[in-house]
Design a protein around this ligand. Sequence first.
Ligand code: ZN
Length: 225
Amino acid sequence: MRGLVSEEVLGWIVKVPLNFINRKDEPVWKVARNGKYEVKKGYYATKNMNTKVVDRASSSTVLSGELWKKVWRIKALPKIIHFIWRCLVRALPVREELARRKCRVPVNCPICNKEVETIEHALFTYPWAKSVWFGSELALRFEKASFGNLGSWCMQVLVEEKFLDDFQLAYVAWLMWLIWKERNNAVFEFKAVNLVKVINEASKAVREFWEAKGWTRWWKGKMRM
Ligand SMILES: [Zn+2]
C-alpha cells in the first residue's frame, strides 16, 4: 500500500477492525493459501487481485483492483475515503450486516421501518436518503429497482468514470458519510434527520477541502465551481 496512499490514509486503513470483516462463511478477500488472514495479505489482495464481495445471498459483484486504487484517490479527507472503503467491503454496521453477524437486532431500517436496512437502503434508496441526493447540487436520482448494489455503482462511477468528475465524486463520498452520520444521530441520539443540514455540510466540506488543497474543478475543459 505504501506509495499508493499517504501515510495518513495508511494509518486509517491499519486501524480498521479486520475481525469484523473476516467472516468464515462468506469469503470477502482472496486471502493466503493457508486460509489465515493477515493484514498485509489482505491489503495486498485488495491492491492486486479482483476481490469478490458477497453482498447478497443470491448476487455478488466482482470489485477490481482498479476500483480500490480509485477509491484511495478520491479527493476527500482520509476519514471519508476510509468510510467509502468500509461500505465497499460491507463492514458498515447496517442492520442487515449485523444480523448476518448473528447480532440480535431487528433487520428493518431503524428510520423508515419498511424494508431491510442494507447499505444501499441506508445510504441511497430509502425516501429520506433519496431526497438528500436529489436535493443536493448533484441532483442524483436513485431508485431501488435500478440502483443494484454499491459495488457495481462504484465500478461505474469510479472505474468506468461514468457520470461524475473528481469534484462530484468527492461530493458523493462526503454525502454518503454525512447521510450515515445523520442516520446514527437519529438511531442513537433520537434526533430527526435533517436534509438541508446534510446537503449544506457536504457542499461546504468539499469546497473547504478542495480550497485548502488548492485544487480546481475542471470538467470537460471548463472550470466550474
Ligand atoms: Zn429505511
